[in-house]
Design a protein around this ligand. Structure first.
Ligand code: GLY
Length: 338
């Protein structure tokens, strides 16, 4: 089995192996993944007792109420500090389960088994876990590394194409900020290269996280497109766009700012947009109200002293952080999307 080591755990690639645990296990999933793949997972787990908890699917359920229902289930089944949570689903499940595991009895281990492309390449890697509230996205959370991650690309066969493409937004994000060669390879992507593409994205992510686990520096670049995307998701109540789709539009918005600040050329900006569109990702959006949109952007965790910190591409393969963008320039960018 191919492995990438991160801190003291492994990210394992390939057919899901046997998972043994000397204690109780609570698998948390959503109804869809549970219906499609739970039998396969159950066959692979050996533990004292195994329980299943399902929570509704979708970003709007990444809430304290879902955390409560996981904790209730864990208490009902008398899980203890030797127990294990397994997150079985996409990014929403991974984030809620990692957070719940971090606070249940002051912390028990959890395993990530991501079943979407986006969670396999990004959200299951690196220990950022949390939930949303009415102030914004991922504003309540922890850095809590999993005990292990299992990436079995066969789960992706049942993924709807919109969700599959959404994962490519995060892959393209990593290529633009960190690896020009990978960016060029993505132009020649073919389904045969799926596993290699996932491995490449995970290698990049693991390297960044190893260097800067708590996001004091370079890890912030993994938020390229996200400051705009989170405002889009809030403005649309998480209902219209998938996370990766909002990130795709967010990267185009960030590129427009980068262009005005002479960080990228017109051609580079167009190349990124073309690549996003090649994966059927949206690149246009109509902002409802510019002032409101800016206040939603300010809710981003990177904001400090009422200043938004932007992650911007610097050519292809590099990035810049800028928390000193004038209102005038930002308004110009936002007006392009209004
Ligand atoms: N998805 C951004 C990060 O893990 O830092």
């Amino acid at each position: 089995m191919y492995r990438i080591e991160l801190f003291d755990y492994s990210i394992n690639f390939g057919t899901l192996p046997k998972i043994t645990h000397d204690g109780k296990v609570l698998i948390i999933s959503n109804p869809k993944i549970s219906g499609l793949h739970m039998q396969k997972l159950l066959k692979n787990i050996q533990a004292r007792e195994i329980y299943i908890c399902t929570i509704d699917d979708g970003e709007e359920y990444k809430t304290m109420a879902s955390v409560e229902s996981i904790l209730q289930s864990a208490f009902n089944h008398k899980l203890d500090r030797k127990s294990l949570f397994i997150a079985f689903g996409g990014g929403v499940i991974g984030d809620i389960v990692g957070f719940s595991a971090g606070i249940f009895m002051r912390g028990i281990p959890f395993i990530q088994i991501p079943t979407t492309l986006l969670s396999q390449v990004d959200s299951s890697i690196g220990g950022k876990v949390g939930i949303n509230n009415n102030y914004g996205k991922n504003l309540i959370g922890l850095f809590n590394q999993p005990k292990e991650v299992f990436i079995d690309e066969s789960f992706l066969k049942t993924l709807p194409s919109r969700e599959f493409n959404s994962g490519f937004a995060e892959i393209i994000k990593m290529a633009v900020c960190f690896d020009k060669e990978f960016f060029l390879q993505l132009h020649k992507y073919d389904d045969k290269n799926l596993l290699d593409t996932i491995k490449m994205a995970v290698r990049i992510k693991a390297k960044i996280v190893k260097e800067d686990e708590k996001e004091n520096g370079i890890r912030a670049a993994l938020n390229y497109g996200h400051t705009f995307a989170h405002a889009i998701e809030l403005e649309t109540n998480y209902k219209k766009l998938l996370h990766g789709e909002a990130v795709s539009i967010g990267m185009v918005m960030a590129n427009s700012l980068a262009l005005k600040l002479n960080l990228i050329s017109n051609e580079e900006s167009q190349n990124i947009k073309n690549l996003l569109e090649a994966f059927n990702l949206p690149t246009t959006y109509k902002i409802n109200n510019i002032n409101n949109f800016k206040s939603l952007m300010l809710l981003d965790k990177k904001s400090q002293n009422n200043k938004i910190k932007f992650v911007l591409p610097k050519g292809i393969g590099s990035f810049a952080l800028n928390d000193d963008v004038s209102d005038l320039i930002l308004d110009e960018v936002l007006r392009e999307f209004a």
